[in-house]
Ligand binder design. Structure first.
Ligand SMILES: [Zn+2]
Ligand SMILES: [Zn+2]
Length: 102
């Protein structure tokens, strides 16, 4: 079964997938689809990428930056199952899958 994060219209083909297993960021590589916020790319992947980017910018180059980046990446991947860790405004829309679980 394929899960969707956000429904962008009545057609399922327009919905944003929840997760893309083949995303290069999952193995620490740069992902162009995440970078460009590709609407056909996994929502969790893109949030993880953005969270990691923001967190890394808060520290100078070094081990602290790498740690912050890795933790933020995990928080981004988990944000629908662990909403306390990281919430963002797009999860407030009624179609967010989190809503149907509560
Ligand atoms: Zn990606
Ligand atoms: Zn979200």
């Amino acid at each position: 079964m394929e899960f969707s994060a956000h429904t962008l219209g009545p057609e399922r083909k327009d919905w944003e997938p929840l997760f893309t297993p083949a995303c290069p960021t999952l193995s620490g590589q740069l992902c162009e689809a995440c970078q460009n916020l590709d609407p056909k790319h996994g929502h969790l992947n893109k949030v993880a990428h953005l969270a990691a980017t923001f967190a890394a910018e808060m520290f100078p180059p070094g081990p602290n930056r790498e740690s912050a980046k890795q933790w933020a990446h995990l928080a981004g991947l988990w944000h629908l199952t662990q909403p306390v860790i990281l919430r963002h405004s797009c999860c407030e829309v009624p179609s967010c899958p989190r809503k149907s679980n509560t």
